[in-house]
Design a protein. Structure first.
Length: 501
């Protein structure tokens, strides 16, 4: 009965007019930025982060969550209509969705994406509601060593899953941790890494890094990429799938939901990984795999269900452990910290209205996505014709105004400029900025738990290996790291031997 009582609390919060409004705004903005190529949920949430100071924590998280899972559906619209995924997780959808559109079946493809996303999101949200409280209860038994080891595991996993060379991803994590340590040491009150700037005494604002590296950097990338600016418009007629379509997509939606719900809790690109995995499973189980890539409706239903389910279950580590597994959850944890809320398992007990309000709002938001997006497909298509030279100045202006409004400090504007250029340089060097953001958010927490553990053990590192849970996390982290680097080592050895021959 506890789950029913807790859901009752959640519905009482999520159905408040103000919360419905922020949920609506989040899903609407999420779909919009998913439709517009080159603008992702990370950049959008980063740019909207300053506005969350004027909101209560529950409203802020509801809106940011809506942006995230709304973008997963919005990205499928451009993937289907113009073969240009608005989101990386929608890349698989473009394989068959665009072919369906070329065959005059763009409507059924869009309807399949919407219905699959709604079902998967509903089921995954139920999983979050059921699984989160027990995980929080277990996490309450964690001490500083267990939290330290868990964060190490999370950072290692983010390094392995990140695209590009592992060494570069590892360097990004280390850089993020170092940036997170800038400021005043809480134990000794000694400034560190401030380089003489008194504005850095309280540390680097997460807004500066987020807006700079995910807002301005994306704009600079898009300015040099014509594919994100010049697109073709496709007409959409007839949205309703046939009975045969419904029969064909039912099983793929179910399988995609299971795959996405399971893989969504993995650090890094859970939504991307799950959409690829769901597509490959459907191709394997199909009696006619040759249809895939030529307009198979199963190739739309499975990945769309998987990426939306993954988007929902990615909130489990964030809400229960205070552990961000992707850039969006890192930003949301940053927003919680700035609101004075300590992320972690205590949120379930200390902030039940926030915890259950956010979970129930996911149901409401998924329903809004279906009711909004199918009738508004024509409007989304017209938005694709907006010139990018109109969009990017507006985005820059909005970002700078938002950042300046937080502290009314010009130093923050210089910061976003520096991090924007740094992010652009890192991307040109083949470095992914997401591990940096995860390292920045987890760095101070990692240091705090390490120092607490050292105090408890009187300076002995054995405390991390004497406690079973901590040891388990460290062993898993080592295993994951080895699994990630062994293929690259083998490849280098093969290259050396081939050159010797």
């Amino acid at each position: 009965m506890d789950i029913l009582n807790n859901l009752g609390i959640g519905f009482s919060i999520a159905l408040q007019p103000s919360k419905l409004l922020y949920c609506f705004v989040g899903t609407l903005v999420g779909t919009l930025i998913g439709v517009l190529p080159g603008i992702g949920p990370t950049a959008t949430i980063a740019m909207l982060l300053p506005l969350t100071f004027a909101l209560d924590p529950t409203s802020a998280l509801i809106m940011m969550a809506g942006i995230y899972y709304g973008a997963q559906y919005g990205g499928s619209i451009t993937a289907i209509l113009i073969n240009l995924p608005g989101e990386s997780s929608s890349a698989v959808t473009a394989l068959d969705g665009y072919q369906m559109a070329r065959q005059g079946r763009a409507g059924p493809a869009l309807a399949t994406a919407a219905l699959g996303s709604f079902f998967a999101g509903t089921v995954a949200t139920l999983i979050v509601a059921v699984a989160a409280p027990p995980l929080s209860a277990v996490a309450l038994k964690f001490g500083p060593p267990e939290y330290f080891s868990l964060m190490v595991l999370g950072l290692v996993a983010s390094v392995i899953i990140a695209s590009g060379a592992i060494s570069k991803a590892l360097g990004m994590v280390v850089l993020g941790i170092l940036l997170g340590l800038v400021g005043t040491d809480r134990y000794t009150a000694t400034p560190r890494f401030t380089m003489g700037f008194f504005e850095l005494a309280d540390g680097i604002e997460i807004i500066s890094i987020a807006v700079g590296m995910f807002g301005l950097t994306e704009i600079m990338r898009n300015l040099e990429d014509e594919k994100t600016r010049d697109v073709m418009i496709t007409r959409v007629t007839g949205l309703m799938p046939t009975r045969e379509d419904i029969r064909a997509m039912t099983a793929p939606i179910l399988r995609g939901t299971v795959i996405g719900s399971a893989l969504g809790i993995l650090p890094g690109g859970g939504a991307v990984l799950s959409s690829f995995a769901a597509y490959m499973v459907e191709k394997k189980v199909s009696k006619t795999p040759e249809r895939f890539g030529k307009g198979a409706i199963e190739g739309v239903a499975a990945p769309e269900s998987a990426n939306n389910a993954a988007a929902q279950t990615s909130f489990i580590p964030m809400l229960t452990l205070g552990l961000p597994i992707n850039a969006v959850s890192a930003l949301m944890i940053g927003a919680m910290i700035m609101q004075g809320i300590v992320p972690g398992p205590n949120i379930v007990v200390e902030q039940p209205t926030l915890f259950w309000g956010v979970i129930v709002s996911m149901w409401v938001g998924n329903l809004m996505l279906v009711l909004l997006n199918l009738p508004l497909v024509g409007i989304w298509v017209k938005l694709l014709s907006v010139p990018y030279y109109v969009l990017f100045p507006a985005i820059v202006a909005f970002s700078t105004i938002g950042v300046f409004s937080v502290n009314s400090n010009a130093f923050d504007l210089y910061s976003i400029s520096v991090f924007g250029l740094l992010g652009y340089l890192l991307i040109k060097l083949g470095c992914e900025p997401v591990p940096l953001l995860l390292g920045f958010v987890l760095g101070p927490m990692l240091e705090d738990q390490l120092r607490r553990s050292m105090i408890l053990s009187r300076g002995s590192a054995a405390i991390f290996f004497d406690r079973p849970i901590s040891l388990t996390f460290l062993v898993i982290a080592l295993a994951v790291f080895c699994m990630g680097i062994i293929p690259s080592i083998r490849q280098k050895r093969e290259e050396v031997f081939s050159e010797a021959d």
